[in-house]
Design a protein around this ligand. Structure first.
Ligand SMILES: Cc1ncc(C[n+]2csc(CCOP(=O)(O)OP(=O)(O)O)c2C)c(N)n1
Ligand SMILES: [Mg+2]
Length: 811
């Protein structure tokens, strides 16, 4: 092949076809380099087809027959050739400049385009020896793809070099940004699907351009894969003018460089020149800032690769357009096993890649092509950043007990629960200034964690105004990341954790739902990693859910939604943990535990307002270590069977449940009540279902087999029934949030949902047999108290002093 001329981008064509048109000019590849890089790409395409179609005859040593074809054809061709094209051009630059680079495929369904290079560079066979670099291994490698007992069709955790599955679209840029944080020499190449770019999370994540510090962080190189189509539709960005697309991307702070066309030779030259230019630009910007010590916001380079969807597929099949159209998205020829004409088409297509010129007799890639890939840890499939546990350093944690709130007697002192945690996190930050970050959607102060700013400010590299000096807490070297996108925050945190670092995320309870499905995906990722011995453990994802349902005094109904816990409960017990610490010291103890843990998603629910404190630090440690326990000081059933078990989980429900026991004991001095508090919600599940679960014996000795249980719960009541449905004691009555809210005082909201002390006391009267006969007067009294409470709230706008001033009585 001879080097080819590159056309200047003079046309406004939106076609993905023709000789390359590119913003960056140049033909850096010698004829020999061009020949080899194209051969390597053909090898990748050959492997992608092999994965989708073949269960035998991997090197086409014999004519292709129906029995060589898989019985069920699965996988996606459409994105694969483009992804492999990008991958191998990055390889060239890694080798040329000895780059530390990882790759993320936004359209993870293009996995055949990523698995191929991983196999060709040897990593696959190193991790999975049976997928060896010979005909036999190749056959296994093909067969396992999208096959029962094999691997999935996306860049799943089994994929060496992947930390981004790309099954659910939208998170590639935020993941990439998190990976680049505090990794100054790393470049994260992030391929964005043009369909993916229509998703909400991806759209907002173009703003990562304002979160990368050129001195301290690495870089993200976005490559918008403008192949024009999604599953069945054109993509919006492929059908707007060049100018409009360029303006859009520039508006997000990027400098887009177009590479457009389909002719392989000129596209190789254009891509090689463009990638090289981008890497040089990244290095130039970083060096400039590092030399001067002044971090400014570069207009980082990015690439727009416009190429045909399913690049290289037959132009037409069955009278329909295939290559360069949405029909190329999944399996391009669907009937190869039964249709001889299609079988022939596939054989020709595969032989056109000239496998005999790519692999030796044994089936191994020829040495001259092997030499194109980087070696050792420079291979993107073997880069340690993509197996972050290898690089993970344990956090240096101060003694959490130093931040304790003084509690002499339970239920007397009031403190805000979250600020002591803020102090703890401040010092965690101080001790871990290169591998710990705090994330939040504009809520760190609102969530009362602002002490952390004493150690590190909020990162801000956009414009500054003079008034920012006054409490803005902004800095170009900040380590608290805030942007009003739960998606972007969650994605950045995941990227940070997956590359071996540590973090903490706080969010309003109602809006953590925004990332429900991101939580799902991360939980699935972790679950699979648990079964892959070569994947090293990473830090847990720690979510503080605060500004909770029960204290939305001025925000009202829309801000009341404790349902995230229901979502968490659906996911594997191996990776999910839920904690509801009732006060400040127990929150500290739980947070300390979570920051030390690995491979979990820890969900901590704690309101931020003033609350009664129950446990001194020793008691908190004891209680949190057990995760569930009888509060001796709140119980009077010592030495006998209780008449009633009063249980609670969550700060405000605990206060109301305690107040209810006081009401009951005042009215019925002989009534024996056992008070149980649950911090670790999964204690309620049987140990056969969750590793934290209580055995039946332990559960029964706490809750008894037959005494009525009244359980006041922070969230939706059914969740407690879900957790306990198999337990012996069926007299469980759960109160929780049931969507009855507005602008309410805390007491009024509790009454609306029957989680208030009076409703709980009435529940007890209705369920304890001996009270059913004698409790009529007490019930009347409690109802009157409720009426009075409501009247007070309506008249004064606040709860009455006997409610707000309630304290656990002295013994
Ligand atoms: C959030 C989300 N919604 C829907 C899908 C289903 N889906 C899978 S692939 C795809 C089209 C993707 O198109 P694009 O991002 O352009 O990728 P490519 O063209 O490279 O295949 C869709 C809609 C998904 N995976 N994730
Ligand atoms: Mg597309």
């Amino acid at each position: 092949m001879t080097p080819v001329e590159i056309e200047i981008t003079s046309s406004d064509s939106l076609s993905a076809y023709g000789t390359a048109r590119s913003t960056i000019q140049g033909a850096p590849l010698s004829a020999e380099e061009l020949r080899k890089i194209d051969a390597y790409w053909r090898a990748c395409k050959y492997l992608a087809l092999g994965m989708i179609y073949l269960q035998d005859n991997p090197l086409l040593k014999e004519p292709l027959k129906p029995e060589h074809i898989k019985n069920r054809l699965l996988g996606h061709w459409g994105s694969s050739p483009g992804l492999a094209f990008i991958y191998i051009h990055l390889n060239r630059l890694i080798k040329k400049f000895d780059l530390d680079m990882i790759f993320m495929a936004g359209p993870g369904h293009g996995a055949p385009g990523i698995l191929g290079p991983g196999y060709l560079e040897g990593t696959y066979s190193e991790i999975y020896p049976e997928k060896s670099e010979d005909a036999r291994g190749l056959r296994e490698f093909f067969k396992q793809f999208s096959f029962p007992g094999g691997i999935g069709s996306h860049c799943t955790p089994e994929t060496p070099g992947s930390i981004h599955e790309g099954g659910e679209l939208g998170y590639v840029l935020s993941h990439a940004c998190g990976a680049a944080f505090d990794n100054p020499d790393l470049i994260v190449a992030a391929v964005v699907g043009d369909g993916e770019s229509e998703t909400g999370p991806l759209a907002t994540s173009w703003h990562i351009s304002k979160f990368l510090n050129p001195i301290r962080d690495g870089a993200v190189l976005p490559i918008l894969h403008l192949n024009g189509y999604k599953i069945n539709n054109p993509t919006l960005l492929a059908r707007i003018s060049h100018q409009e697309l360029e303006d859009l991307l520039k508006g997000y702070g990027w400098t887009p460089h177009f590479v457009e066309g389909s002719d392989p030779e000129s596209m190789h030259q254009a891509m090689a020149a463009t990638v090289e230019h981008c890497v040089e630009e990244i290095r130039r910007e970083q060096q400039e800032c590092r030399r001067t010590g002044v971090a400014h916001r570069p207009r980082w380079p990015m690439i727009v690769l416009r190429s045909p969807k399913g690049w290289g597929a037959p132009e037409h099949v069955g009278g329909h357009r295939l290559e360069g159209f949405w029909r190329a998205h999944q399996v391009p020829l669907t009937d190869v096993k039964k249709n001889p004409e299609q079988l022939q088409m596939l054989e020709k297509w595969m032989r056109d890649q000239r496998p005999n010129q790519l692999f030796d007799q044994a089936g191994k890639l020829l040495p001259e092509l092997k030499a194109l890939a980087p070696a050792g840890n420079r291979r993107m499939s073997a880069n340690p950043h993509a197996n972050g546990g290898i690089l993970k350093e344990a956090l240096r944690l101060p003694a959490f007990t130093d931040y304790a709130v003084k509690v002499d007697r339970p239920g007397v002192v009031e403190t805000e629960n979250v600020p002591p945690l803020g102090n703890f996190l401040r010092d965690v930050m101080k001790l871990n200034m290169t591998n710990f970050r705090v994330f939040g959607p504009d809520e760190t102060t609102s969530n009362k964690l602002q002490a952390v700013y004493e150690a590190a400010k909020k990162f801000w590299i956009a414009e500054y105004f003079p008034e920012d000096q006054d409490g803005g807490e902004l800095a170009t070297d900040g380590r608290v990341i805030e942007m009003l996108s739960e998606h972007t925050m969650e994605g950045m945190l995941e990227g940070y954790l997956l590359t071996g670092r540590n973090g903490f995320f706080s969010s309003y309870e109602a809006f953590i739902h925004v990332i429900d499905s991101m939580f799902n995906q991360h939980a699935k990722w972790l679950s699979i990693c648990n079964h892959l011995s070569w994947r090293r453990d990473i830090a847990s994802l720690n979510l503080l859910i605060t500004s909770t349902v029960w204290r939305q005094d001025h925000n009202g109904f829309t801000h009341q939604d404790p349902g995230f816990l229901d979502v968490v409960l659906n996911k594997s017990a191996a990776v999910t943990r839920i904690y509801l610490p009732p006060d400040a010291n127990s929150l500290l103890s739980v947070a300390n535990h979570c920051l030390r843990s690995e491979n979990y998603i820890n969900v901590i629910v704690s309101d931020k307002q003033l609350h009664l404190q129950y446990l001194n630090m020793d008691a908190a440690i004891e209680h949190c270590t057990k995760g569930i326990g009888i509060w001796d000081w709140a119980s009077n059933d010592h030495g006998c069977e209780p008449d009633l078990v009063m249980a609670s989980a969550g700060d405000i429900p605990t206060q109301e449940a305690l107040a209810a026991t006081v009401l009951l004991r005042e009215e019925f001095p002989d009534l024996k009540i056992r008070f149980i508090n649950v911090v670790d919600l999964f204690k309620l599940q049987p140990n056969t279902e969750h590793p934290h679960g209580l055995t039946d014996v332990d559960y029964d000795s706490l809750f008894t087999c037959d005494r009525p249980i009244i359980f006041n719960f922070h969230g939706y009541p059914w969740l407690i029934h879900r957790l306990t449905y198999g337990r012996k004691n069926k007299t469980l009555h759960v109160r929780g949030y049931k969507e009855k809210g507005n602008i309410n005082t805390p007491m009024e909201l509790a009454m609306n949902n029957e989680t208030d002390r009076f409703s709980l006391a009435i529940d007890a009267i209705d369920r304890v047999p001996k009270l059913q006969r004698i409790g009529g007067h007490a019930k009347e009294k409690f109802r009157n108290r409720q009426i009075a409470c409501r009247a007070h709230a309506y008249q004064h706008g606040i709860d009455s002093p006997d409610i707000t001033g309630w304290r656990w009585p002295a013994a």
